[in-house]
Design a protein around this ligand. Structure first.
Ligand code: PAF
Length: 283
């Protein structure tokens, strides 16, 4: 497995694969890889001849008071995970390689990015769309793999690929959880022992909501209130949002009559965690 740091090194490698008729999968990450990332890489390896993992903490998707400088990084460990999962190459650029100092071009979206995480992170998806577009142009993959844990990001990227005719297949992969239910996230590394226990409230509250829907409840407000109420029982938790939205448009729903996404963002101490489930009512 190779680790390359520049676009100039990466392009000829991918071009050679293309000349050999090989298919290419891309797994975009910000590094500090966990089992969730590994599941994306394994899926990509099973569906493509060569897999590129990008490992880049993208500054443009962090707000001014967010955790860009403290975001966990460990290239050596990431390389071991990628190698074991069968990736062919890690693309690990410096920020200066990805952005010119006078960069003034961004990819943005009118809808889908305003609600959910977009409410408190108004510039986040502009940064995500911009870096993912750049990675798509640099790597030119056939398929790209994203986790369902970042459900809004997945919906936004699907829409961007459709609207901008990228011609890349976007593969969404299931959330990977710790044994006790906590969704895997690089940010779990911020949690101390007490917070780690408290963080279980996210999955428990979502399961409560999902249980109500499975039992036939169709009033989105009631499900939302129940999830919020359950989150409120954990002293270390502070809900940023709890929303039931249309799974494709991400517009809030009143009645659960079509596939929905139930998404939450919750502060556990200073750490903001997200989780979700999707639900399709049987007709
Ligand atoms: O999901 C992430 O880790 C990031 O948002 C992504 C897609 C790699 C873009 O920086």
């Amino acid at each position: 497995m190779q680790i390359v740091k520049t676009i100039g090194e990466l392009r000829p490698i991918v071009q050679k694969w293309r000349r050999e008729g090989l298919s290419v999968g891309l797994v975009p990450t910000m590094g500090y890889l966990h089992e969730g990332h590994k599941s994306l890489i394994l899926r990509a390896v099973s569906e493509n001849d060569r897999v590129v993992v990008s490992d880049f903490v993208n500054p443009t998707q962090f707000g001014v008071n967010e955790d860009l400088s403290t975001y966990p990084r460990d290239l050596e460990r990431d390389a071991a995970v990628c190698e074991e999962a069968g990736a062919a190459l890690i693309f690990h650029p410096e920020p200066e390689e990805m952005y010119f100092p006078d960069n003034c071009t961004f990819v943005d979206m009118d809808s889908l990015t305003k609600g959910l995480c977009g409410k408190t992170r108004p510039t986040h998806f502009r940064g995500v769309c911009t870096v993912v577009s750049k990675l798509f142009h640099i790597v030119t993959p056939d398929r790209a793999y994203f986790g369902q844990k970042d459900a809004q990001q997945l919906a936004v990227i699907r829409r961007m690929v459709r609207d901008l005719n990228f011609g890349i297949t976007i593969v969404g992969c299931p959330i990977v959880r710790e044994e006790d239910g906590l969704a895997m996230s690089s940010r779990n590394a911020y949690l101390n022992e007490g917070e780690r226990k408290a963080a279980l409230i996210l999955h428990k509250s979502l399961m409560l909501g999902e249980g109500m829907l499975k039992a036939g409840e169709r009033d989105a407000a009631k499900v939302r209130e129940a999830i919020l109420g359950n989150l409120g029982t954990e002293p270390l938790a502070r809900a940023d949002y709890v929303e039931l939205v249309d799974a494709e448009t991400l517009e809030p729903v009143e009645k659960v009559e079509r596939p929905i996404l139930a998404a939450i963002a919750v502060y556990i101490g200073k750490t903001r965690l997200i989780d979700n489930f999707t639900f399709a009512a049987e007709k």
